[in-house]
Ligand binder design. Structure first.
Ligand code: SF4
Ligand code: SF4
Length: 367
């Protein structure tokens, strides 16, 4: 996963292209752009929705967005037959990819099996303390919030990383997701070292405050910059174990959140039902109901502070045309989509980055 030996040159501070480019000319401008475009476009059939599998969790973390808002009060339905019927209906309305989240999905193993049986592509977001049966061949995202001392403090769980590694080290389904908060930036290196030694791959997330959150984990300008530098250092140090791109660093540590940068297409922030996520996306609660006005992958997160990796996977990826303004910006977008697929789709492998420098998001300044 090293950068291409001859990376595409990005003009510093680029925000607007010097000339108007036709899409066909962008593809023709560099064979590596066309190659990556052909690679990622095979996955444009993915249509996601997300599902709270249960309202139960075996730990309690500070700043958990699940226990914010009214969704946490939904009565959990644990009848496999009802879930089977839901998955059938989801398939019929064109859903090809499921994100199974929580509270903690590993507490309802039978339901995971049912979902995988009906819709074979998907991902489970777990705290990693309970192993999930190998036959559920989804991506598994194991959440890491710092070293063991921090996890003990913020998540109230002992020896968390070693237990997660014991359950998911060497598991090709697993991607460890290190969430940077304002306070755990300095711990990321030691955590990554431990993960790499145990043959675990990782990607990065940004703590995004739940609406009304008043705790100390939310980022400020200083922590965004420090996080960006740390991501870069760790990425350089562990190129075979970190799944990320330079453009990820830009858009997830930008002073503006994802919604302000790209206008979020999830129904919660987008009234249009015509195309894309606004038309197809649903976020089901544990009682199998959903509401359009709260539907996004991280409901009850404050949109102004949303830099969440799952949100970016949809928000940035959906903005292909905005990025198809010049070869440099489109190449950065392709790197982003390549990483998104490697993180979320079993069997998809990341290619070398086309851009090894930071690229400004369309119509915005760098950072
Ligand atoms: S493990 Fe996940 S669902 Fe459980 S409390 Fe922590 S953040 Fe919330
Ligand atoms: S919280 Fe994030 S993903 Fe959800 S609607 Fe707001 S910007 Fe979009």
């Amino acid at each position: 996963m090293k950068a291409a030996s001859n990376p595409i040159q990005v003009p510093a501070g680029a925000g607007r292209p010097a000339k108007e480019w036709k899409f066909s000319d962008i593809l023709a401008s560099d064979p590596r752009i066309r190659q990556k475009w052909e690679k990622v476009r095979k996955y444009f059939f993915l249509r996601e929705s997300t599902y709270d599998m249960t309202r139960k969790c075996n730990i309690r973390c500070e700043g958990c967005y699940y226990y914010q808002g009214e969704k946490a009060g939904a009565t959990g339905i644990e009848d496999p037959e009802q879930w089977r019927r839901l998955m059938e209906k989801e398939k019929q309305r064109g859903i090809t990819y499921v994100v199974l989240a929580g509270a903690e999905p590993s507490l309802v193993p039978e339901l995971l099996d049912v979902c995988h049986d009906r819709i074979p592509l998907g991902c489970i977001a777990t705290n990693g303390l309970i192993p999930i049966d190998k036959k559920v061949d989804y991506r598994i995202h194991v959440s890491v919030w710092g070293n063991d001392a921090t996890s003990q403090q913020v998540r109230n769980a002992e020896n968390m990383l070693s237990r997660q590694i014991q359950n998911y080290g060497n598991d090709p389904r697993a991607v460890f997701v290190y969430t940077f908060t304002r306070h755990n930036i300095g711990e990321a290196g030691e955590v990554m070292d431990q993960l790499a030694q145990n043959n675990c791959r990782a990607t990065f997330n940004m703590f995004s405050a739940p609406a009304g959150y008043a705790g100390g984990l939310a980022h400020d300008a200083q922590s965004l910059e420090k996080t960006r530098q740390t991501m870069e250092e760790i990425g350089r140090q562990y190129p075979d174990h970190v799944i990320f791109s330079p453009y990820h660093r830009v858009v997830h540590t930008h002073r503006l959140g994802l919604h302000d940068l790209f206008s979020c297409p999830y129904p919660r922030a987008n009234p249009s039902t015509d195309i894309g996520l606004g038309r197809s996306f649903r976020q089901y609660r544990a009682d199998l109901t959903w509401k359009r006005d709260t539907a996004c992958c991280v409901p009850d997160t404050d949109c102004a502070d949303c830099r969440h990796y799952a949100a970016g996977s949809a928000v940035v990826t959906a903005r292909m045309f905005r990025h198809a303004a010049c070869p440099e910006t489109f190449a950065a977008w392709l790197d982003y989509v390549d990483v998104y697929l490697a993180v979320w789709v079993r069997g998809y492998e990341k290619s070398p980055d086309l851009c090894d420098q930071h690229t400004a998001p369309p119509a915005h300044h760098l950072f």
